[in-house]
Design a protein around this ligand. Sequence first.
Ligand SMILES: Nc1ncnc2c1ncn2[C@@H]1O[C@H](COP(=O)(O)OP(=O)(O)OP(=O)(O)O)[C@@H](O)[C@H]1O
Ligand SMILES: [Mg+2]
Length: 501
Amino acid sequence: MNDVIVSMKEICKAFPGVKALDHVSFELRSGEVMALLGENGAGKSTLMKVLSGVYQRDEGELEIFGKQYGDLTPKLAQEVGVAIIHQELNMCRHLSVAENIFLGREKRHGIALANSEMEAEARRILDELKIDLDPRQVVGELPVSKQQMVEIAKALSTNARVLIMDEPTSALTAREIDDLFRIIRELKEKGCGIVYISHRLEELQHIVDRVTIMRDGQYITRMDFQDTSLDEIIAYMVGREIKEKFPRVSCEKGKKIFEVKDLNAGRMVRDVSFSLYEGEIVGFAGLMGAGRTETTRAIFGVDAKDSGQIFLDGAEVAIRRPLDAIQAGIVLAPEDRKKDGLCTKLSIRQNIALPNLDFLCNRFGVVRRDKEDEVCARAVEDLKIKTPNVETDAANLSGGNQQKVVVGKWLARNSRVVIFDEPTRGIDVAAKVEIYHLMNRLKQQGIAVMFVSSEMPEVMGIADRIVVMCDGRVTGELSAQEATQEKILSLATQFEKKIAI
Ligand SMILES: Nc1ncnc2c1ncn2[C@@H]1O[C@H](COP(=O)(O)OP(=O)(O)OP(=O)(O)O)[C@@H](O)[C@H]1O
Ligand SMILES: [Mg+2]
């Protein structure tokens, strides 16, 4: 136990215009959970891709289980016992759970696939992990959280002894996170070494033994978790102290800007009514699956409404598709950036310009480059998007910086209502504060801000008023002064409790 199983020394890796890793060292012992921490774009995912053979390093030494490796391929890494669960899920959506687990190393009888054997084996792995899933189910039909579980099962089915988890909890519910932590503890006991990347610093205390901190592609420090504090970790990550994690500005509450009345859409939006006023940020709290994302989608015209009315500045607006909403001055930064928020094949410039072409074009329909430059430069600067320039493909940005582009494209517009759905997911501490500042600025400008978030501390820290949802309905409303975690949770689980009784 506790011998060094991975040792990386002086690792360098450059991409065009970016030095992603600059002489980074890293080590992992058996039976430990090592947190790998740093701001968005610090190089965490890149370092772990080098360790798992996805990227070839430019320089440096890599030793796994005491053996030096020159060129490491993903296949070789897997044979050696390294498995990685990527930050962005990489499932084949049309294949079944079992097929995904055995992808690339299918069991065969002669030339025929041994489907039933693979299903049985997948079931055994899922049972062992106590994951409630049918191996025959098609992955694309599963919620993101369950897909995440399939990724984990897949990684473990290779008998990994070095397991890398890149932001595994960003899409999991509280119960699933508990399950994941249980699995992690069991693996530790078996002598597995685990690298754990997360921006949810408060969860580290439950599982982490040591931390490695990176900043701007460089190794900063490594320490025992119990010898440090979160404030110290944050200071190392950011390179300075963050004084106010939840900056709050007070504004005079003005007139009603936006109202939703008796909105119904599908099963997850039932009789939802609320109003947004000038000078306030309204938080939407609830457990995952409470219907908050569905509510934002119905308002924005992505999903059809069954009934209900929407009023903007006192007048009813008909929103049948997103364009109606955008033209009325209502915009949405969606939760699932990869699917709905971003075209990863386009550049940052194109992503920001696309929804704003109406005012970026001159009267002949030609994009005005100067205006476009101005809008893009402002988004990059305001949100501190880490990129060599705005021509970079969105796909090549780190996860958190992609999220900033999703938010950034709406900054350019003079909107009346801005809806943020989980805007800080996967975003580092310093960038979170940037997003809060941004919401505060919108609020000061008299724009109505709807802020959906599953992280209770940030809802309580930033919102002036909190609407709580459960099972597709609004179950209560609390002012920032009266809100406590207990009160929010009690409203967020109202129907569950009723069913339990
Ligand atoms: N394939 C690529 N091509 C070009 N640049 C890349 C590529 N992959 C990563 N980068 C750049 O390398 C740097 C480090 O990125 P990386 O994804 O490792 O950051 P990270 O620490 O994982 O951040 P996050 O917390 O946001 O996930 C970033 O500036 C990123 O834009
Ligand atoms: Mg990353």
